[in-house]
Write a protein that binds this ligand. Structure first.
Ligand SMILES: Nc1nc2c(ncn2[C@@H]2O[C@H](COP(=O)(O)OP(=O)(O)OP(=O)(O)O)[C@@H](O)[C@H]2O)c(=O)[nH]1
Ligand SMILES: [Mg+2]
Length: 369
């Protein structure tokens, strides 16, 4: 595809990591023409070691890519150092994810969230430039003096405040919906999990919807809710934004209002792509737990959906779930959102859990009354 920009990728020497970085790059419109790996990407000066950085510099001169993609979140100084050495633009993992979100954001809320995340990203880098300029390590701030730099910060701060206010309004709107649902007494089930685990495919299977699904990362960037029937009762089902590893906390923050649904959900279906290697599954599971913990979802409200079992076997799925220590919970089910395997069973499980816990709650309330 001709509108793809050419990139050199710097990443870790681990197959799954390389694969993910390439698919992130692809989703942001870059094609990788060369991959450089190193075991350590968080060294202080350039992220990579000096020798490796020199190698990359030569490579850049030789193959003339448009950018270097660096598969870690770089500090502004590291990014500046590497860019100056190689004389090329650096897109770190954070920037890359922002670029994908920017391309995909379609709802007002997600657009505001992206804009906010971008301003924070720019602000951190501008601060660093000012610091370097003051330390005499870098000439002026975009050729501007201290006064102009202050004006620039003030301007960003104002824009952040305006966006936050807008986002607040969206949150209020969402909260109103939530209150209405709560008043209607409808339990909510949220689908959560790493990007591409198959959340939306399962959402479509359960609701009969036709929301976009794709093999590419971050297909879904906003939450949808639909009502379904479980055990003869009406239940609301939520699809959410996918998770990814190595994300700075403020990115989770930017999506907090969307992911807030997790806090309010009666149950969270944690969707795992069980067809992947155990290492891959384990690392994605860890990243997912990090996010889920941010939203204070207790373990007892989690159901583990071992999705894409059509690409492997139920035995293999249970074996992997066992290695993750999930079997004791008894809330584990291999399913295929694609072939519908065990989807009815999943509905039964969720229905039982919801309405049994509801019953237990009612009984407890009656006891207390
Ligand atoms: N073989 C197989 N493929 C599946 C299954 N479920 C989903 N997929 C595929 O996995 C890819 C990702 O599916 P999505 O439903 O878009 O994943 P998601 O979790 O919503 O991803 P994000 O929205 O990016 O967070 C798509 O290509 C789906 O067709 C399954 O049960 N079996
Ligand atoms: Mg999705």
């Amino acid at each position: 595809m001709s509108d793809y920009r050419k990139a050199i990728l710097i990443t870790y020497p681990v197959d799954q990591v390389i694969k993910e970085a390439i698919s992130l790059a692809d989703a942001a419109g870059y094609s990788i023409i060369k991959t450089v790996t190193q075991r350590q990407l968080i060294r202080s000066r350039f992220g990579i070691g000096l020798g490796k950085a020199e190698e990359v510099k030569e490579m850049v001169q030789e193959i003339r890519p448009d950018v270097i993609i660096f598969d870690e979140v770089l500090k502004p100084t590291q990014m500046y150092n590497l860019a100056s050495l190689c004389k090329i633009e650096i897109v770190d993992r954070e920037r890359l994810i922002l670029e994908i979100f920017e391309r995909r954001a379609s709802t007002t809320e997600s657009q505001i969230q992206i804009k906010l995340a971008q301003l924070r990203y720019d602000m951190a880098r501008a601060r660093e430039k000012v610091r370097l300029a003051r330390a005499g390590e870098q000439p002026g701030f975009y050729g501007l003096g201290k006064y102009e730099a202050d004006v620039y910060f003030l301007d960003i701060r104002k824009r952040v405040a305006v966006l936050k206010k807008k986002l607040g309004k969206e949150e209020t709107r969402r909260q109103l919906h939530r209150d209405q649902r709560a008043r209607a007494g409808l339990p909510t089930v949220s689908l959560a999990g790493y990007t591409s685990a198959g959340k939306t495919t399962l959402f479509n299977t359960l609701t009969g919807e036709n929301k976009a699904t794709h093999k590419s990362v971050f297909t879904t960037l906003s939450t949808f809710t639909r009502a379904i029937n479980l055990a003869g009762e009406k239940v609301l089902l939520n699809d959410t934004v996918g998770f990814i590893s190595k994300l700075p906390a403020y990115m989770i923050d930017a999506f907090k209002s969307t992911l807030d649904e997790l806090t309010y959900a009666s149950l969270v279906l944690l969707v795992l792509d069980i067809s992947e290697s155990i290492e891959e599954i384990a690392s994605k599971y860890d990243s997912s737990l990090d996010v889920i913990n941010e939203f204070e979802v207790p373990g007892t409200r989690l159901v583990y959906v071992l999705n894409k079992v059509d690409l492997t076997t139920p035995e293999d799925a249970f074996d992997k779930a066992g290695q993750l220590g999930l079997l004791e919970s008894k809330r584990v089910l291999p399913v295929s959102a694609k072939t519908n395997y065990n989807v009815e069973l999943l509905k039964d499980l969720v229905g039982t859990m919801l309405f049994e816990t509801e019953k237990v709650k009612e009984e407890r309330m009656e006891e207390e009354a």
